[in-house]
Ligand binder design. Sequence first.
Ligand code: B12
Length: 325
Amino acid sequence: MINPAQGGTQSAEEGEPTGESTTLMSLQNPGLTVAAVARRLGIAPATLRTWDRRYGLGPTEHCQGAHRRYSAKDVALLEQVRRLINSGVAPGEAARAARAAGAGQPPSPPPAQLAVAPASLGAEKASLRGLARAAYAFDTGACRLIITDSIEKRGVVWTWESLLTPLLIEVGASWAASGQGVEVEHLLTQVIESCLGAVEARLRTPINVRPVLLASAPDELHSLTLAALAGALAERQIEVRVLGQRVPTEALVKTAQRSGPIAVFVWSQISDTGDPMPLLALRKIRPAPTVVIGGPGWIGATPTGVERVYDFTEAVSRISRIAGE
Ligand code: B12
């Protein structure tokens, strides 16, 4: 990636003017070409030209006899505009807001602005589209804004079921079809966990005395649903302890013996990790916790003494009831 502050290097095929005047110019005040800026922002050069024409987002400095170049300040402004657009704000509004905020400031679409979207789409679809765009552009800042805004406005359950689950399923399907994009899964995992972790961190006075343990099955690398459950339960003032990915049954049993949980929830995403029989060891602990399992990975019949839940809302309400809501 070219760093505009350092000028960067561009090739002739990007439409660079060549010759002595260019060399001199690039030494004094390099700036970036349309092609270089478009690449940096992850948009088409034609889009950049349209933004220039329609919203006046072109290069601000003029160099006589040379192609116009974008300065570092121009690029900073454009990056803000792109972030706002990725968050679901219409381009004209994004240009106005970014100018008002001033280039170089952190992009800050106030929550209300995130709802600005083409009327036909509805705010929810626009958030989903904006989040997908931001994730594929590796724009963690915009992802965080959209997810946090959704949690604040609609809560964790809605955000998980209507925004994050559809996107994750789509991202997973796209990886399965092309073998590409696992990095987007990783990026989304980090952002989602941090946004949900913030909800959990706000819990001050839990209503449950005995904790709830959340763990993924042995060898199970998928654990995002645990973060989602932890966030949704924190909104209901229920404290949980998240053990995370690939928890060996022995370790889970030891933790349960020490912490005396009221319930233990175990997630399995893929069938390789979905044998529920070892979980019966948890039932021998005194006082015995309620053992709940969820996820598409669990195979075979659910043994007596273990409960299975099938969707997020069901999991949240079952655990809430056990924890005494
Ligand atoms: C994020 C992700 C990862 C991350 C996990 C990070 C983390 N800490 O969780 C990383 C990159 C590490 C990863 C790795 C792998 N992954 Co992966 N991953 C995903 C992705 C995109 C989301 C996982 C998730 O959180 N799912 C939960 C929700 C969002 O999805 P869901 O389970 O389908 O939801 C349905 C129900 O479960 C229910 N539901 C939703 N939420 C909740 C919550 C509760 C409590 C309940 C009860 C129900 C419920 O509603 C949905 C509709 O029915 C999925 C795509 C997908 N469809 O899940 C692939 C996916 C699960 N991964 C897959 C694979 C193959 C892998 C790998 C083996 C290969 C790889 N990609 O490198 C590895 C290793 C896995 C292992 N050994 O455990 C496949 C699994 C296929 C299969 N059925 O076996 C999937 C389905 C992608 C695909 N379409 O092929 N992955």
